[in-house]
Ligand binder design. Structure first.
Ligand code: B12
Length: 218
């Protein structure tokens, strides 16, 4: 098969779907040599593989161990592209503190968001997963963050985003909040008094640029 852009994106998708580490590396190398951007490789290649995994998991065709294996393949692929995302930006557009809410261990989507933000010239301090609301607050103060961002993938953990808003408001910190994750919606974010919502990683940079422009009043 010819190594066209479309074929290589399909190959990246298949590598995640079949949790084939060798194929992850082969396809990632091909993507780099074809000049496919890291954004495309992550969103249109690897990420589409996770979409397929989610569907098959929902339909009961595969189970958690396979989901985990696919997640590892996705992370392995992302690690190949990360050094190529905005590696030469020395100045930072601002600090963003991010994490996955308490009780929730899902991190892949957050990693995608981190990669895109770093690539666009933001400094990102990633608190990891299962992060209590107070830790977001402390990190925001310490890092002088402009934005606190949090991911929640489960209906049971969404409440963690509400707690973050409450925590930040109590301290009257001048930071904005940004939320996302599979079960998070714009309506939810509005209902908890959050500032912004993004449904996918590719919207994030534009959204954050807009938030900071509004903050600076231009
Ligand atoms: C991979 C996965 C796992 C992996 C996670 C590995 C890891 N290192 O992250 C493992 C196997 C560990 C796992 C465990 C569990 N999981 Co799980 N998991 C998934 C799965 C299949 C895919 C998630 C994923 O990575 N998607 C790919 C990424 C790229 O997409 P994404 O996360 O949506 O992120 C994008 C956007 O949402 C957005 N985004 C994400 N975060 C943020 C943050 C901000 C600030 C912004 C702006 C945007 C943004 O941008 C991202 C990039 O485009 C989902 C299914 C689904 N439909 O989401 C279930 C799912 C989330 N899991 C689920 C459950 C229930 C569990 C478990 C409890 C086990 C179980 N019984 O099934 C445990 C949870 C343990 C815990 N305490 O957290 C449920 C949640 C149900 C619900 N509505 O509450 C889901 C929906 C599956 C299902 N249908 O049942 N899981």
């Amino acid at each position: 098969m010819m190594d066209t852009k479309e074929n290589v994106l399909q190959m990246l998708k298949r590598a995640v779907e079949t949790w084939d580490m060798e194929l992850v590396h082969e396809a990632s190398a091909k993507a780099l040599s074809l000049g496919i951007t890291p954004y495309e490789a992550i969103e249109k290649g690897l990420g589409q593989g996770m979409v397929n995994i989610s569907e098959r998991f929902n339909e009961g065709e595969i189970f958690l161990p396979q989901v985990l294996a696919a997640s590892k393949a996705m992370e392995e692929g992302m690690a190949v592209f990360e050094p190529y995302i905005g590696k030469d930006s020395h100045t930072t557009k601002g600090m963003i503190v991010i994490g996955t809410v308490q009780g929730d261990v899902h991190e892949i989507g957050k990693h995608v968001v981190c990669a895109f933000l770093r690539g666009a010239g933001y400094s990102v301090f990633d608190l990891g997963r299962d992060v209590p609301p107070d830790d977001f607050l402390e990190a925001a103060k310490e890092k002088k963050a402009y934005i606190v961002a949090a991911s929640a993938l489960m209906t049971t953990t969404l409440i963690g985003q509400k707690k973050i808003v409450r925590c930040l408001k109590e301290e009257e910190l001048n930071v904005q909040t940004l939320f996302g994750g599979a079960c998070c919606t714009r309506k939810w974010v509005e209902s908890i008094g959050g500032d912004a919502y993004c449904s996918c990683g590719s919207e994030v940079v534009e959204c954050v640029d807009k938030m900071l422009r509004a903050r600076k009043g231009d």
